[in-house]
Ligand binder design. Sequence first.
Ligand code: CO
Length: 144
Amino acid sequence: MTPLPGLGPIHHVGYVVADLDAAVAEMSRAFPLTVGVREVMEAQGVEALLADGGSGGAVELIRPLDPDGAIARFLATRGPGFHHVAFEVPDVDAALADLAARGAEVIDTAGRRGLGGHVVGFVHPRSTLGVLTELVQAGHGAAG
Ligand code: CO
């Protein structure tokens, strides 16, 4: 399969955790992190933060707020840990449309507001080797 159109660098790696502060403290024992944006995202039923590792890498930590939501189910069935990878693309709408046109299973058909004001869209793991994949529009958002 040809690469995703305009697939850029990794923007962040997402982890599901039970406790954001405890997760930052634990991760920081290995890799010092600077927490940037932190938000309650009501529509997704989560609270999330982006933390910068200082050398161009960033992690997104997500905890469930809605006990019936997808993130709560993920945490209950798989435990804390790796959840998704996010790549930068020049244009999320165009990338999602192109992926869908080539038969990929997109979760979002158009970009939407993500953590920190980033424009994001998700591709189903069935189309990306079993890994939930997020596309983040390059050059937007407050942090991360
Ligand atoms: Co993400």
